[in-house]
Design a protein around this ligand. Structure first.
Ligand SMILES: [Zn+2]
Length: 433
């Protein structure tokens, strides 16, 4: 059970707005305090200014030089692929055949699904991530297992059953009708229950028939506040395949447009190879793109241009895309996003990367009034960052001359060892051993 009243002390970091557009959007409180009541943030400010009557009776968790910040948000990840992370030598389409589909076939077994969901969530919380948009497998059992484990931990999670009715082995295939019925039943059970939210999840256009994509649109019509998540324009062979399968569509994104799948609750993973018309269509439909930088490098997919995409008016979130991605750590994701920006002749400021991983992602998920910030009324999802978690980071941080410098050192050098503790809904759900 959540502790009723909890007081965390330490340095506090939160972002109200995109720091690239608004430098005043950064909240940094040295020697701060966060008071939590009934799972929500009740007060935040300097420790010395906390009224005594508010602190009275609260269970105190003291963090000194450590930084209390909003829990990270991973906007694209496959929990069933945790077992095939770091699999060698393939690009997207071969990778699916060789590693993903055989592994996902195992999730018809509810016990296997439950044990992998437990492992995945423990690893996610150890990485400081408290919310994720998660692909399950084609089996409804995989979704049930995931949400059950997530609910036990009190997490705000988005997840859905993969829909896949062609171009995949029997063991990981549904049909347009069964995919619709199973998704509908899962939405009715899980969407809005406790902190769980549902995403209609066609894997990608090549593995869904037109009938199935129509069924996805019907689900979105029947349940307008569920999410839609899928893959888009990740790999050049994939794009050629989509052109063969949907010869009438102008582009890959246009396939999804034709079935009515664009919109402000639609999350398109990757979206690397996009022309100006695609960006215009994404912006006008208010669709969201999820940049998965470690995956793009690991799978050799290409270099997503975050600056160009955001300049076109398309909101961008960050995702680990494990198992195609190589780490659940938001530091690894932010670091790879920075490196890809460098290869594109751009840059990505560290405070912008942190914003994209917290409040920016919450805003893009239409959850910006509930998670992603350390502010009164927000759900108390927080992670505690040790800024000197290893000797090499410690000596670098000693030289840091600004918050930007300190955050950049974390992006480049930190990993799970920097996550001292993680809280969800005001309850400690991870503590570094
Ligand atoms: Zn993916």
């Amino acid at each position: 059970m959540a502790e009723d009243r909890l007081l965390l002390t330490g340095n506090v970091l939160s972002f109200d707005d995109d720091p690239a557009a608004n430098p005043d959007a950064v909240t940094w409180i040295e020697s701060g305090a966060v008071l939590v009541e009934d799972g929500k943030i009740a007060w935040v400010g300097r420790r010395a200014e906390l009224p005594g009557h508010l602190a009275a009776g609260a269970s105190t968790h003291t963090y000194g030089r450590e930084i209390i910040l909003p829990g990270f948000i991973d906007a694209h990840v496959h929990y069933p692929q945790i077992g095939v992370i770091a699999s060698y030598g393939a690009q997207l389409l071969e990778w699916l055949e060789a590693y993903t589909f055989p592994e996902e076939a195992r999730f018809a077994d509810p016990d296997h699904a439950a044990s992998m969901a437990r492992l995945f969530l423990d690893l996610l919380l150890a990485a400081g991530t408290t919310t994720a948009a998660v692909y399950c497998t084609v089996h409804p059992e995989s979704v049930t297992a995931f949400f059950e484990e997530s609910e036990v931990r009190g997490l705000r999670m988005i997840a859905g059953k993969v829909l896949m009715d062609r171009n995949a082995p029997d063991a990981v295939r549904d049909s347009a009708a069964s995919g619709y019925d199973d998704s509908r039943a899962l939405i009715e059970t899980w969407h809005g229950r406790e902190r769980s939210l549902y995403a209609v999840t066609p894997r990608f256009a090549p593995t869904s028939t037109p009938a199935q994509l129509e069924a996805c649109a019907a689900l979105l019509g029947a349940f307008p506040d569920v999410y839609m998540q899928t893959h888009l324009s990740e790999n050049l062979d994939e794009i050629r395949w989509v052109r063969e399968l949907f010869p009438k569509a102008r582009s890959y994104l246009d396939v999804y447009r034709g079935f009515g799948l664009l919109g402000p609750r639609s999350l398109f993973g990757h979206a690397i190879h996009m022309d100006e018309d695609d960006l215009g269509l994404a912006a006008s439909s208010r669709s969201r793109f999820v940049h998965c930088p470690t995956s793009n490098l690991f799978m050799g997919s290409g270099l997503f241009d975050i600056a160009r995409t955001r300049a076109a008016g398309v909101p961008v979130l960050l995702g680990s895309d494990v198992g195609g991605g190589s780490s659940l750590s938001p530091f690894a994701t932010m670091k790879a996003a920075y490196e890809i920006a460098q290869l594109n002749g751009r840059t990505l400021a560290p405070e912008e990367a942190f914003w994209l991983s917290t409040a920016g992602a919450a805003d893009a998920l239409s959850l910006g009034d509930r998670i992603g910030r350390i502010a009164p009324g927000f759900e108390a999802d927080m992670t505690v960052l040790d800024p000197e978690s290893t000797p090499i980071i410690g000596q670098r941080v000693e030289r840091a001359e600004s918050l930007r410098d300190l955050l950049f050192a974390q992006i480049v050098l930190a990993d799970d060892r920097a996550i001292r503790a993680t809280y969800a809904g005001g309850r400690k759900v991870h503590e570094r051993r």
